[in-house]
Design a protein around this ligand. Sequence first.
Ligand code: C5P
Ligand code: ZN
Length: 474
Amino acid sequence: MCSSIQDLTRQCGEAARILREWVEKEAFIPIFSHNDADGLAAGSIVAKAVHRLGGKFLLRIIPRIDDRFLDRHEKAGFKFCVFTEIGSGYLDMLGKLSSEAVLVIDHHKPLPLDFPSLIHVNPHPYGFDGARDISGAGMCYLVVRELSRENVDLAPLAVVGALGDLQDKNEARTLQGLNLEAVKDAEANGLLEVSTDLLFYGRETRPLPQALATTLNPFIPGLSGEEDRCLGFLSQLDIPLKAGERWRTISDLTPDEKQKIFSEITIYLSSKGFAQNTILSLLGGVYTFKKEDKWTPLRDGREYAALLNACAKMEKTGLGVALCLGERGKALEEAQAVLNDYRRTLGRTVTSLMEDKDRVKTLLKLTLIRGHGLVDENLISPIATILSGSGSFPPSKPLLALTNTRTGEVKASIRASQTLVDRSLNLGVIMQAAAEKVGGKGGGHNVAAGATIPPEGEESFVQLVEQMVGESLT
Ligand code: C5P
Ligand code: ZN
């Protein structure tokens, strides 16, 4: 194990050199990336860099790597291929490929494997934590930065990837660690401004009362989810809600107006007994892309990430990639419609699940949600996140959500509270071990993990997970 940014940068330089060599040799570069916001940003960063080298690319967004994928890959006969934001957890499968060179640029915890055709760029062996310190898009950025200074204009995408992966989930709600490489480059080149500000949802695009009402973290009793009351609250503070015909957004507010809102909410939450820390979570790092038009979601890092995530989950990956590669206008309008559709679909699906008693089971050590036939495989992960944070289930048990995939397997997503993780629960380890025992594949982080398993293994899988959770928490 080596541990320095210099060593990691050297490895990025090596990856960049190999990428350039293959563009010169083959001119056509297949890139496979993961279907979430970070994956879309990561794949787009490499695609743009390949284009700038004079190469052509095929960028395919994939949910996982399985035998079916390997078969198709082999039939295509690629001599060289790139995997971004996916691959480190699948080195066992990628080792079966007959490509001459396989470049993997990822930040997931790697399997401890190597094979002769592999060029692997991952932060973990260098002493960095891929869950917190750098995103997949951030890793891709470090590679393409070694190709040309021109690629610094891709730094904002690395910031979007990190925000999409919630790498700002610390007390200061800011990006830290190696993510600061892209943040600093983007700032230095006039592309990004970072400020500490109110973290209300929809900073650039939502009318003020809506932005306040849709902010659920922290949940403000009497305001969260209550747009009318938010309207009353803001009017009573004498804050103009419109500029002419247009609704004002958080990004329009003057520092005085923001201070007024923050003070008033602080008094209100303190009177309800909320801790200072919770109140401070209303504030955090805001990432504003200065070259993007005002009042568009692409100007705010978190809104940009939400848009990409929706495109990824609603099978509009081409649209998400088009945005990353610089398309605006109609593409942006379409993506906004996709985000609205995504939110509506999630809301509807959560309601249907909660209303159907047969789908929600309280086991001894787990809450089990069965989404089969109702929840799309791409939505089970956000749904597990929403349900586990909804306050409707016992916080003392992890929440395991299952659904069937289009190819007949079962997709599992599991979430736990920080309190359980502090008691040394590690869901990533459990999902990996339990999935492997039933012939599937799993992994992830201590608080959030996933797996894909064969349908006949479902019952044993649930039992195994329950047993392992029980053993971890005794
Ligand atoms: O699939 P889901 O989003 O629920 O997974 C939660 C986390 O676990 C994600 O960060 C995902 O990348 C990771 N994961 C993994 N290996 C798997 C499945 C999920 O590393 N086989
Ligand atoms: Zn990621």
